[in-house]
Design a protein around this ligand. Structure first.
Ligand code: MBD
Ligand code: FE
Length: 305
C-alpha cells in the first residue's frame, strides 16, 4: 500500500467513525501511532506471524510487570529527558544538576529522617563497603535550600531493590531525608552493585536478539524537591564501574560521577564509630526555579508501600 493510502485508511478508522465526545489529544496520538505502525508493516513487509509475535511480546511484558523496564532499555526514558533538557535550554535554564531517568524501582512512603539517615538494614554490612555520602542542596543562585527533601534509593550488593526483591527488609536502602537549615543532607549506607535485567525476563529476551546486554553501572537514585523549585530526578554513578559508560538504560551523564574516596585515617574511622576504612562521596545538588521547569513533576504510576 502507498503511504498516502495508509494515511487515509488510518484516518477513516480513527477520525471519521467518531461519535459522541472526542478526546482530541488521544485521537491525534492514536492516529499518528497507528499510521506510523501501518507504514512500518508495509515498508518492512512484516508478516502476520511476526506481527502477532510482537503483540504477544508486549502482552507478556506487561503481564510480568516489565514495561517500565523495557522503556529505559529501549532508550525511550532517556529520550524524554533529552526533550526536557531542550525545554529547559529554551527557557534559559541550563544550569543546575543534570537530570537523569527515574527508572522503574522507586517506592513512595520511605521513612522520613532529618539531616542524616542510615539507609541499610545492616544485613550486608560485613560483605559490603560502608559508604558515607553528604552534600548541600543549592538553589539556582547558589544559595542553600533549607529543609529541602532528598529522597534516595539504591540497590543492594546483588543489584536488587527492596520491595521488588522481597528477600530484603521493607524500605531497605530507601529513605526520605529532610536537609537541615543550611540545606545539608548526609547518609550512611553500603556501596551498591549494578542492576541487571532478569536474565530470563521479557526485556532481556529482546536485548539478546539485539545483541545487547542488560546491565546498569552501580548508581544511587535521587528526587530532590523544595517549594519554589523544580523537582530534580537524578542519579549519581559509582566511579570505576566497568559499565559506567555502557549503561543499558543510557542514564550516565557528565556531572553525575562524583569522586568516591577511600577513607583510611583512623581518626575519621573512629569518628564514625567504625572499625575499618570506608568510602565517602561528597555531592551537592543544584535545583532550577519552579516556574522554568517545563516538566517539573512527572506523573507516572509509582509503587507505594
Ligand atoms: C534500575 O535500577 C534502574 O535504575 C533502571 C533505570 C532500570 C532498571 C533498573
Ligand atoms: Fe536503579
Amino acid at each position: 500500500m502507498k503511504h498516502k493510502d495508509i494515511e487515509q485508511l488510518a484516518k477513516n478508522y480513527i477520525v471519521d467513525t467518531a461519535e459522541g465526545p472526542v478526546n482530541k489529544r488521544v485521537q491525534e496520538i492514536t492516529l499518528r501511532l497507528l499510521t506510523d505502525l501501518m507504514k512500518a508493516i508495509e515498508d518492512l513487509d512484516i508478516s502476520q506471524s511476526e506481527f502477532w509475535t510482537g503483540v504477544d511480546y508486549f502482552a507478556k511484558t506487561g503481564a510480568v510487570g516489565e514495561m517500565a523496564l523495557l522503556i529505559p532499555g529501549l532508550g525511550l526514558e532517556r529520550f524524554l529527558d533529552i526533550r526536557a533538557d531542550e525545554a529547559d535550554e529554551r527557557a534559559g535554564l541550563l544550569s543546575g544538576t543534570p537530570r537523569t531517568i527515574e527508572g522503574p524501582l522507586y517506592v513512595a512512603g520511605a521513612p522520613v529522617c532529618e539531616g542524616f539517615a542510615r539507609l541499610d538494614d545492616g544485613t550486608e554490612e560485613a560483605e559490603g563497603e560502608i559508604l558515607f555520602m553528604d552534600g548541600t542542596v543549592f538553589d539556582h543562585n547558589g544559595k542553600p535550600v533549607p529543609n529541602a527533601t532528598v529522597e534516595v534509593w539504591h540497590a543492594n550488593l546483588k543489584g536488587g531493590y527492596s520491595f521488588f526483591d522481597t528477600t530484603q527488609s521493607e524500605f531497605n536502602l530507601r529513605r526520605t531525608l529532610i536537609a537541615d537549615d543550611q540545606g545539608r543532607y548526609s547518609f550512611r549506607s553500603i556501596v551498591p552493585s549494578g542492576y541487571s535485567c532478569p536474565p530470563n525476563g521479557q526485556t532481556q529476551k529482546l536485548l539478546d536478539q539485539l545483541g545487547r546486554h542488560g546491565h546498569r553501572p552501580a548508581h544511587i537514585h535521587f528526587f530532590v524537591s523544595a517549594e519554589g523549585h523544580a523537582k530534580l530526578t537524578t542519579q549519581i554513578n559509582i566511579d570505576g564501574d566497568p559499565y559506567l559508560w555502557d549503561d543499558f538504560a543510557f542514564a550516565s551523564r557528565e556531572g553525575l560521577i562524583p569522586a568516591i574516596n577511600k577513607i583510611t585515617d583512623p581518626a575519621e574511622i573512629q569518628k564514625r564509630g567504625l572499625d575499618r576504612p570506608f568510602s565517602s562521596i561528597h555531592f551537592d545538588f543544584q535545583l532550577r526555579p519552579a516556574e522554568a521547569a517545563v516538566t517539573a513533576e512527572v506523573e507516572r504510576p509509582r509503587r507505594a508501600a
